[in-house]
Design a protein around this ligand. Structure first.
Ligand SMILES: [Fe+2]
Ligand SMILES: [Fe+2]
Length: 270
């Protein structure tokens, strides 16, 4: 089974590039599932329901969010009725939406996608490790569950690496999002879990993590709010990871995907 996950879509540049590329990538990479982090799709802040619909129509099977989940308020009623859109599972009890979803894919495979949020340099939330343990107590890889993909949305590579090792062998892949910069550590851990500390954003890299440079630089130098940040609108680099599962649902192969824009390209040969 072949799976693609794309990192944080940043504004129009990111979401248009993703919607344009996903149909072709589904064919060339022979994909069974496509997962997309969409927390920054709306001008860098949140996701609007109509944007989610465009991404689903383009071929995304599951969308994930993050700390920007509720920046567009319209998503709150939408997530309550759209199970394919998930938010971190360690948000407070009673938060709208769910932190995981089981999807029966057209290929006949069954996949569990979950999102957790890290706590280092992030909001104080429930423990992502305990939340993941509780989820895996209800869903075990194998026995008709063909893959478990976890989006860990966090700032610190240490926390994301610790999380991946803690669940090594029990999930197909742990894939980091949120920093908007891709790491080069794609690997299959000893127990068979694929890992990358951060997929990077899908957006214009001639920017400060996706936002237009001038206002972002000024904010960092002056330590004052100043001009509102807006997404950089040059050509986007799509960034993500390609995962191939083995017979037992563990990760047989994980490789970076980078397409378009300024970053050096990377495309698995399938
Ligand atoms: Fe993000
Ligand atoms: Fe984030």
């Amino acid at each position: 089974m072949n799976i693609l996950m794309l990192g944080d879509l940043l504004g129009r540049a990111g979401r248009d590039a993703a919607a344009a590329a996903i149909p072709g990538l589904r064919k060339t990479l022979k994909l069974d599932a496509v997962i997309v982090n969409a927390e920054n799709a709306s001008h860098g802040f949140g996701l609007a329901p109509e944007m989610a619909q465009v991404l689903f129509a383009a071929g995304a099977d599951v969308l994930t969010l993050g700390n920007h989940a509720w920046d567009r308020r319209e998503i709150i009623p939408y997530i309550a009725q759209e199970k394919r859109l998930i938010r971190p599972l360690n948000f407070p009890p009673g938060t709208p939406g769910a932190g995981s979803v089981l999807v029966n894919l057209p290929s006949g495979h069954k996949i569990l996608v979950a999102q957790v949020m890290g706590r280092l340099f992030m909001d104080a939330l429930d423990c992502p490790f305990q939340g993941m343990e509780a989820l895996l107590a209800r869903h075990r890889l194998g026995n008709g569950l063909d893959a478990v993909i976890v989006d860990i949305h966090g700032e610190a590579t240490s926390e994301k690496m610790a999380f991946a090792h803690a669940f090594d062998g029990r999930v197909t892949a742990v894939l980091g999002t949120h920093t908007h910069v891709p790491t080069a550590d794609h690997q299959v851990l000893p127990g068979g879990t694929g890992f990358a500390a951060d997929l990077g954003m899908c957006g214009d890299y001639d920017s400060v993590i996706g936002m237009a440079k001038e206002a972002a630089i000024a904010r960092i130098i002056r330590k004052m709010p100043g001009e509102r940040l807006a997404p950089a609108e040059g050509p986007a680099s799509l960034c993500g990871a390609f995962i191939q599962t083995g017979a037992d649902g563990r990760c047989a192969r994980i490789e970076p995907v980078r397409l378009g824009g300024r970053l050096a390209p990377a495309m698995p040969v399938v």
